[in-house]
Design a protein around this ligand. Structure first.
Ligand code: PRT
Ligand code: MG
Length: 236
């Protein structure tokens, strides 16, 4: 009897997080001729097949995307600039992480901001040189921002529901992502500083970039073209 042919393992593994990153990456994948064959909101699978035998999607926590790609658990991934900056800070800088970042995908756009309670006088606290208690999930971004401003802060690391911190007296301010501003409004918070604009980035493992160049090229090109088309449509 002949030995069974080895099961071909997919050539490319793409790491995505469930939710907005997954949803907003789908059209880009489509532009590259890739259809994900399962809905992550309905399936419990963590490895999703696509219409292409050589491409699969793995679902990971948003903050784990850079780690998967860095170590080669995935060849490429999509994550927010926020997540990437925090990951790089953990490693002491982008150079130590060595992720290739070919594209700003212009999706999952939002901004990183400082927010306080409506009744908190942030400008005068800053003017007086008060020490501010700042709660955030984005400790590296917050530290850099306030250091550059010369404001002394005690940073309090949280993993979610930052909005609650000023309401309970845990902190004077928060550093969080804002898109519509509805979450802040619903919690009687106001945006007092815009730290930076955020969008999702494509990241590629550096070894994959060399070893799987041929498989990656059409995907990178289609993603880049889709981004350009969006820009043109927005400008028109
Ligand atoms: O949820 P989990 O802890 O697993 O990870 P995550 O929160 O990092 O993942 P996810 O899927 O929520 O976000 C993935 C990426 O989407 C982030 O890293 C950002 O780059 C991007 N993104 C874009 C946002 C938002 N917009 C956004 N509005 N991420 C989070 N939010 C949250 C924000 O933190 C706040 O709680 O939405 C709320 C504010 O929204 P508005 O519309 O009320 O202002
Ligand atoms: Mg979230």
């Amino acid at each position: 009897m002949m030995a069974a042919a080895p099961t071909a393992s997919p050539v490319l593994t793409l790491a995505l997080s469930k939710g907005r990153i997954f949803e907003e990456t789908l059209p880009l994948l489509q532009a590259a001729g890739i259809e994900v064959l399962e809905d992550p909101e309905k399936s419990r699978k963590l490895i999703l097949p696509t219409n292409r035998a050589d491409v699969r999607v793995v679902l990971v926590r948003a903050s784990d995307v850079p780690t998967y790609v860095q170590y080669g658990g995935a060849d490429l991934g999509v994550c927010g600039k926020d997540t990437l900056l925090e990951h790089e800070a953990e490693w002491g800088g982008a150079a130590n992480v060595g992720l290739y970042q070919p594209l700003d995908l212009q999706i999952a756009r939002c901004r990183m901001s400082v927010a306080v309670r409506e009744d908190f006088d942030y400008p005068s606290a800053v003017r007086r040189g008060s020490r501010l208690k700042v709660a955030t999930k984005y400790v590296a971004i917050a530290r850099d921002f306030f250091a550059a401003k010369g404001v002394h802060v005690d940073l309090i690391k949280l993993y979610g529901s930052m909005e609650l911190a000023p309401l309970t007296g845990l902190a004077d301010a928060i550093v969080d992502l804002v898109s519509t501003g509805n979450t802040l409004k619903a919690n009687h918070l106001v945006e007092v500083e815009r730290i930076m604009d955020i969008s999702a980035r494509l990241v590629v493992n550096q070894t994959s970039l060399k070893v799987k160049r041929e498989a990656l090229r059409p995907i990178l090109e289609a993603f880049a073209r889709a981004g350009q088309a969006d820009k043109a449509a927005a400008a028109a």
